[in-house]
Write a protein that binds this ligand. Sequence first.
Ligand SMILES: *[C@@H]1O[C@H](CO)[C@@H](O)[C@H](O)[C@H]1NC(C)=O
Ligand SMILES: *[C@@H]1O[C@H](CO)[C@@H](O)[C@H](O)[C@H]1NC(C)=O
Ligand SMILES: *[C@@H]1O[C@H](CO)[C@@H](O)[C@H](O)[C@H]1NC(C)=O
Ligand SMILES: *[C@@H]1O[C@H](CO)[C@@H](O)[C@H](O)[C@H]1NC(C)=O
Length: 564
Amino acid sequence: MKFWLVCSIAFLLSGCCISQDETIVCVLFDIPNGFFMESSGSFNISNTTTYGCQTGFTTLQGLHRGETTCLLDGWVPKPECIKTCPKPVDENIIFSTTKPVALLEEKLIFECTDGHETINQKRGGQAVCTLKGWSPKPQCLSIECEIPILEHGSIHPRKDQYVNRDVVKFSCIRGYTRVGSDSAQCYHFGWSPQPPTCKEKVTPCQQPPRISHGNLIGDLHEEYQHGEKMAYECDARFGMVGSSTAECVDGEWMFLPSCIEEEKTCGPPPSITNGHPVIVDNKNTHWHGETVEYVCDQTFVILGTNPARCLRGQWEVPSCTDGAAKCRRPKNAKFVPYAPLTKMFDNGRAVNYMCGSSLHTTKCNHGKWSPEPECKVKEFCPPPPQLPNAINEIEMKNYNSGEEISFTCKEHFLLQGPQKILCKDGSWQTPPRCVEAEGRCGRPPSIENGDVADTLMTDYMSGATVHYKCLLFYRMEGVPAVHCHNGTWTERPRCTEACTITEEDMSYNNISLKLAVGPKLYIESGETAEFICKKGYQANPTSSPFKALCIAGKMEYPICIEAY
Ligand SMILES: *[C@@H]1O[C@H](CO)[C@@H](O)[C@H](O)[C@H]1NC(C)=O
Ligand SMILES: *[C@@H]1O[C@H](CO)[C@@H](O)[C@H](O)[C@H]1NC(C)=O
Ligand SMILES: *[C@@H]1O[C@H](CO)[C@@H](O)[C@H](O)[C@H]1NC(C)=O
Ligand SMILES: *[C@@H]1O[C@H](CO)[C@@H](O)[C@H](O)[C@H]1NC(C)=O
């Protein structure tokens, strides 16, 4: 051997030795759970080599192979193989981290893609990397619905397996009447609405019931047939919850709305471009349901709802459009006869257009085609999902593409997922879930004169912390953060008002600040400010102390009077 190596046990572990001629060399050593690719040799400074890890182990970077260089301190980085769990390869699992592996005891949070859920029927879960691998194994399964049953009827389309967002339509055989929804959609909790039944005989309904703070619109009859509808409206100041139309379903009126007092009011009706409201009385507040008529300037015509209506604190106003506005052919419309895109059509002009082989007519109505010369088949969505543990106050009817509904969970349940979903191409987007708030917390409590300093979420894990900050000139009292502790937030801090010291007040009381340190003219609650009499003035014997304390935003100034 050419070199005499000074190697101690400690050195050997890092693979570093110093040779006789004082050049540094590194040697190969036994890497626990790993191995060097080269089987023998010693390495000079800046020599690089490769090592590998045994199955189930990786480098610190999560790779099966790593490179290391012989430096003054030995091998850098130190060749190490550690126990790791590789992220499962499943396109339906979305991980909260981009790291390819998890270290031992590391927790991995995952969510399932749209249409999938965990084995416990949750939107996502967590798994821990153990010596034996993932526990439990992260898994996302397809959401499936059983084949619905409809006696004396048929279901369309027929499939062997229905999955999330599938829509089925129901029809009854001749001589039978459908009682219930005409369609349903597959969700994580099954079909919604419930499939209907097919009945040979349906019962007519008696007069629809009265509701408090609301009225029926239209004439009353003695009897109503199955499927007949009646609309309701609420008195001014009352907002409607639920469907505005009730339906006679086999002898019973269903989907009755309720009228709840609406506290939000509207300000004066706003002016609109090329038009204005007709002010009858100069009221500054208008109740929910109140109406105001709008008119347009000359040559403009009104479009939209007139009179305008105050709805939950906001005016729903019409718009004024140029009465003589012309129309152009929409890009994809096939006008008959052919019209170039540059051609202008006068107001009131009717034209024909083709959809496939059928001819339709549309009219230019103050700059807009009515109806839109589109060839889309109108796709309806089934009545909205009756989400478990949600406050189901959404109108039960078929919705058009593009319409939106929103969800609110019952108390003690947390909304997971989107608050609003859209009716798109005949089916509803995947709705959120209302999950039991076991150990989790909802929105952190709000505080007066302060705000949450972190990004606000609707759902927090047990142990989560949320910080608060006070508005300018307010002082934080208590711990400036809350913790989510098994479903409840710890006590929130308070923001107490500061006292503002004005030149005006000081001049009035013939005083000035003892220490004219900077322009700090406010002090926080609990702090003191010290005053002195202005030159030529002396303390009023009945004055409050010259060291004034700010209590909850209030402070008593001392008083000085002219000295004689
Ligand atoms: C290390 O350097 C010496 C000269 O300084 C050279 O003789 C030897 O071959 C080198 N060893 C390796 C492994 O490159
Ligand atoms: C080690 O480094 C020396 C230069 O310091 C270089 O000449 C030699 O080729 C390297 N050997 C290996 C095996 O990389
Ligand atoms: C958390 O609270 C629930 C009731 O809200 C209780 O049943 C449970 O034992 C509590 N868990 C812990 C760890 O305190
Ligand atoms: C301040 O002094 C004036 C006389 O210069 C006096 O009239 C006035 O009452 C004093 N202010 C107060 C609050 O006593």
